[in-house]
Design a binder for this molecule. Structure first.
Ligand SMILES: O=C(O)CCC(=O)C(=O)O
Ligand SMILES: [Fe+2]
Length: 314
């Protein structure tokens, strides 16, 4: 009697069905791996998209609509943007050949070299190291000698006495004067005025800004303002940057706040940005988020009564 075997019939030691099952399992496993590799790729792509979207959203600055000049760009030619003059100048005595008839803003990288800017930065570092505000913004005014100290100002020339000669040299002051007259000539050329009818006016100062929390109103450099309203005598404002946005500091971009949107200048050592000082050039500085930003504000007036001399070593 042939006994009916239970289980799978074996062919040469392994049943055909077992072989099929094994083959099926192997195929399923292989396609499982394929599926897993495919989905991993999709997941990775999705993750990259989510991260990129997050980064874009995180860096999206609603305030900035246009970058007039970025830090990476080295301008071979000045960039000039003319805007209509405001009526601010009507409230002041007019000085033919100087009072702005043509208004706007311009940025140039060819008036001051990077080396000169770095020499001026060292001068600022030495001077400011003698004092410094408790908050994030310190100034040094070579004309009046005003130096931020804690929550107020001291006169660096009185405060340091004879030691001032170890801090500043005759050459430092010569460089400052030379740079100031080059900037003055470039402003005159750009706005079609007579350089000899423009005068240096106060305040003209070095600034050092970091991300330390403000302690007094003097530290609050970020408020929107109009130089002619804030300082009165200003007709043309120039800013010479002594450090680089993005590598020396973060934040701290200069923003023209136009009715049609904000326009930004990214500081770069040696870059000069200048503009007519009326309300056609409402502006502010972004808060510095890290690092240290050095700049010089060099201001000009058309009114000889508000003229100041070049600074000299006492
Ligand atoms: O440092 C800057 O970029 C601007 C400073 C400024 O607005 C000013 O000194 O009036
Ligand atoms: Fe200003």
């Amino acid at each position: 009697m042939v006994t009916q075997r239970r289980g799978n019939p074996k062919v040469n030691g392994a049943s055909a069905i077992e072989k099929k099952i094994k083959r099926g399992n192997a195929q399923r496993q292989a396609s499982g791996w394929k599926w897993t590799a495919g989905s991993l790729l999709w997941c990775a792509a999705l993750a990259v998209c989510v991260v990129a979207l997050g980064w874009w959203y995180f860096t999206l600055d609603e305030d900035v609509t246009e970058t007039l000049v970025s830090r990476r760009e080295l301008l071979q030619q000045p960039k000039v943007f003319l805007v209509q003059c405001s009526e601010d100048y009507e409230n002041y005595k007019r000085f033919p050949g100087c009072t702005p008839q043509s208004c706007g803003r311009a940025i140039t990288d060819t008036v001051v070299t990077k080396e000169e800017a770095l020499t001026l930065r060292q001068l600022a570092e030495r001077g400011l190291s003698l004092g410094g505000s408790d908050g994030g913004a310190s100034i040094l005014d070579l004309h009046s000698g005003a130096l931020s100290m804690g929550k107020q100002f001291v006169n660096i020339y009185k405060y340091s006495g004879d030691k001032i000669k170890d801090v500043f040299s005759k050459e430092d002051f010569e460089l400052y004067r030379d740079v100031r007259s080059r900037i003055q000539r470039r402003i005159a050329e750009t706005f079609g005025v007579d350089s000899s009818h423009m005068y240096l006016t106060k305040p003209t100062f070095f600034s050092r800004i970091n991300s330390t929390e403000a302690k007094t109103a003097h530290d609050e450099y970020w408020h929107p303002h109009i130089d002619k309203v804030t300082y009165g005598s200003f007709d043309y404002t120039s800013l010479l940057y002594l450090s680089d946005y993005g590598s020396d500091f973060g934040g701290g971009r200069f923003i023209f706040m136009d009715a049609s949107g904000n326009r930004t200048v990214e500081p770069r050592a040696g870059r000069v940005s200048f503009f007519s000082s009326g309300s056609e050039n409402l502006h502010r500085v972004e808060k510095v988020t890290w690092g240290t930003r050095y700049a010089i504000t060099v201001s000009f007036t058309c009114d000889p009564d508000h003229a100041i001399d070049n600074p000299t070593l006492p």
